[in-house]
Write a protein that binds this ligand. Structure first.
Ligand code: MG
Length: 361
């Protein structure tokens, strides 16, 4: 049998505790409960992918994702990884309705072919930016918690704070003032996860300016279908307005751009899969939009894959790949190219994504 034939697949749970619940305005992750998809070639090389489940954002479930990945494994087994593009397209169709599974299956396939070829995923995507530094997220909570967390992470070397807002406006002002006090001069990104009306978001930004706080980007201020609201804010606000929940597909992005509704797009592999994510990257860049690379609640494996996609292609203005810093112990091995101050040194990855699930300590 040819070495590059996909011989077997494995599906397993990936469970890990978080140091703190990852709470945003639309819901909360108390722990990481993802799925690992592994492909093995006839030559004995393995490729690993991670499907990130974010039920409160996407409606996808773990049981449904496992089912989709079983289907993906059935489609891929016996195929030659050398025709990976054909296999990627097959997955696009089969897993259209379960993007977490699509991203996980494509990640495993790309990891496998890069390992077979002895190149990193970063090199495969173009090797344009060797180092990326991520922001770190200040989750929804009280002002004292925001202050303590920011002091701690600033001490570790983080300089960009992505503040989740949208559950209580007065508390959000206190939280943002606490972040500013704890990290003077640091950059602040805002993510409301659909919480405001357009007028409400405008008022929120105006009141922040009065308090001397000017965020570098405002992500998803309004509900995902409020395209007119996004456009209204994009015309009025001085900072980029970034679509995340509103940019769930290539069609979404095409329409957002056509209507001049946003000035930035948050690309997540878990929303789009790899092929569509690259198309969104190309389209957004062609039209001069800014780009954020983001993720759901994802371990070192999927986070490193996203970092290599972004650093390989280049042109990303905002990097939001900080979930590894919230995970107590995922059991992943090989993450030494991610430093504790949030720098991904992508030029140090040897083959594939460079991360593998290992035995938990
Ligand atoms: Mg977001």
């Amino acid at each position: 049998m040819k070495d590059s034939i996909i011989k077997k697949f494995y599906i397993g749970g990936l469970d890990a505790e978080l140091f703190t619940p990852f709470t945003i305005s639309s819901g909360s992750h108390r722990s990481l409960e993802n799925v690992i998809f592994t492909l093995e070639s006839a030559g004995g090389i393995k490729g690993f992918g991670e499907a990130a489940i974010a039920t409160h954002i996407t409606g996808e479930t773990r049981a449904g994702t496992v089912k989709s990945l079983r289907r993906a494994g059935g489609l891929l087994a016996g195929r030659d990884a050398a025709n990976y593009l054909g296999a990627m397209c097959l997955l696009e169709e089969a897993l259209e309705g379960n993007r977490a599974a699509l991203a996980g299956a494509q990640m495993a396939l790309l990891d496998l072919i890069c390992r077979i070829q002895g190149v990193s995923l970063w090199r495969f995507f173009g090797a344009r930016v060797p180092k990326l530094k991520t922001d770190v997220t200040v989750v929804i909570g009280d002002a004292a918690a925001a202050y303590d967390f920011t002091v701690k992470m600033r001490g570790r070397g983080f300089r960009i704070f992505k503040v989740k807002t949208g559950s209580d406006m007065d508390e959000d002002f206190r939280r943002l003032e606490a972040v500013k006090k704890a990290a003077p001069g640091a950059a602040i990104y805002l993510d409301a996860n659909c919480a405001y009306s357009a007028a409400g978001a405008g008022k929120f930004i105006k009141e922040l300016a009065r308090r001397g706080i000017r965020p570098e980007v405002l992500e998803q201020p309004v509900p995902k279908d409020d395209i007119d609201g996004l456009a209204w804010l994009s015309r009025r606000l001085p900072m980029p307005v970034c679509a995340d929940e509103s940019a769930y597909s290539l069609d979404d992005v095409f329409n957002l751009i056509k209507k001049k509704a946003v000035t930035a797009i948050n690309i997540k592999l878990t929303k789009l899969g790899f092929l569509r994510a690259r198309e969104v990257w190309a389209l957004a860049r062609a039209k001069g939009l800014k780009l954020m690379m983001g993720e759901m609640v994802e371990s070192e494996l999927a986070s490193a894959a996203a970092a290599q996609f972004a650093g390989g292609l280049g042109g990303f203005d905002f990097i939001d790949l900080d979930i590894p810093f919230f995970i107590r112990n995922s059991g992943m091995t090989g993450a030494s190219f991610l430093s504790r101050d949030g720098v991904y040194s992508l030029d140090r990855v040897k083959a594939g994504i460079g991360i593998a699930p290992g035995a938990k300590k």
